[in-house]
Ligand binder design. Sequence first.
Ligand SMILES: Nc1ncnc2c1ncn2[C@@H]1O[C@H](COP(=O)(O)OP(=O)(O)OP(=O)(O)O)[C@@H](O)[C@H]1O
Ligand SMILES: [Mg+2]
Length: 510
Amino acid sequence: MKLGIDFGTTHTVAAIADQGNFPVVFFSSPAGDWYDFFPSLIAIRAGETRFGFEAYEVIGDPQWTVIRSVKSLLKHIDRTKQLEIEGHSYGVLKLLVDYLSAFKRALRHASSIDSNPLSFKTSVAVPANTNNQQRFVTAEAFTSAGFDLLNMLNEPSAATMEYTSSVFKHVERSNKKYLLVYDLGGGTFDASIAEIQDKTHRIIATEGLENLGGDQFDEILAEMVLEQFNPRPELTFGERVRLLELAREKKEALTPQSRTILLEWHPNEGVPLLVRVPVKDYFDRCEPLVQKTVEVVQNLAKRIDSSNDLEEFSAIYLVGGMSSFPLIARNLKHIYGQHKVKKSHHCNSAVAIGLAILSDRESEIRLQESLTRHFGLWREADDGESLVFDRLFEKDQPLPPRGEPALVLRRRYRPSHNIGIFRFQECGFIEDDRPAGLVTVWNQILFSFAPGLEGTNLLGLEVTRYEHPFDFEVEEIYSLSAEGEISFKIINHHTGYSETFQLTRTSGIG
Ligand SMILES: Nc1ncnc2c1ncn2[C@@H]1O[C@H](COP(=O)(O)OP(=O)(O)OP(=O)(O)O)[C@@H](O)[C@H]1O
Ligand SMILES: [Mg+2]
């Protein structure tokens, strides 16, 4: 069975490919209710774990620690990292694999899929500005949980595919059009511009805010509730999670007509109190968060269309659960007009549907993504006096279309060290010629320039810089694949000795 899985911060959503249709999978909770998602939750108690709906059931139970956003574990991990909870230690990669295994069991035994498929040929997505380590850990977790991984895409790229299949099919396809995808989920915001013509989707620019999502809007509401108590109650971890869940439910129930949020809550197991929050006050507090996303949209749109009327765009396409939050469309329509802002009919599942489409029609659709982060390395300059950051591949560099050869970049020079030290870094943006934003530091790679050292263990050897460079050349060859993976080969042209490193595989995650 071919399917797409959107492993989201709040919801894990699946859509399957079924004879040209891409239905969203429904999951049955233990109480017997149907949901079009599986909650991205893990609950932990003294070495015991529960996942999804079963974790949801123990929110607020003081014996259990509920991890509200499983995906956020990916943000600051390497796969060897351990999570310490109440004296017990849990491997982060194992938790992810166990979560995805529970999700797979739910697909087989508690979902709307009526067959018991032999395998799940799956496309998955990651937020656009995810770094390579997180991409690799995600792929590893899915594979270890028994999914047959076909593709890994950026979330907004998947959403463009849902757009073309559900909206764009009614439009003259041969006209080149741009689409701006706005995806505000539970934990992340991503926006990208796609150029769509016939069956070719080219993602030409992407921006994201890694820590902005619905969770922050829940926190604002929870804060407004707490402010109404005097003295302000001290909450245990479990009570805080319960309040945030309540806030989330109230936020999701808001409509453009809502005036007051009524919330029944008891701090510290006390008598429930009715708390009233005026919607206008809540919206005022949320406005700065919404503005941050709007700024990203405006900066992106300017790259294609400096006039701000978005003549060249077919739409700003809203996906992600938070696109139902009234302030979002209101702000965007105010700037770009009613007719330009369109909301997906499947805003909770657009990414999963787009992925299912790609799993099914891989050979028909030409998807070309672009790099979402800068990648380069530090080099010595001025005879070893200073360091400069050599940007090998820049953000928004188009990746080769799928199925086509990798993009190759070469650097050839006469070395002046006995050992070359390669310090690769990945980053969100460049400021004063230095990596900035979220910077990922890769493991160092060592290569022997001095012929006598070839093939030996270089760790711990002293690095010497010679006054004059060697009289032979070495060459670095970088290959960037359609999936954004970078391989690095280095050759000594004098001796013919070479080594190759898969940067996504050997670096960073130990
Ligand atoms: N009708 C609604 N009104 C307001 N917010 C909503 C509504 N429905 C869902 N949300 C919010 O949308 C967020 C979840 O969106 P979504 O399912 O797209 O996120 P995700 O894919 O799990 O997360 P991410 O993409 O950030 O990893 C939650 O904060 C949820 O409360
Ligand atoms: Mg999402």
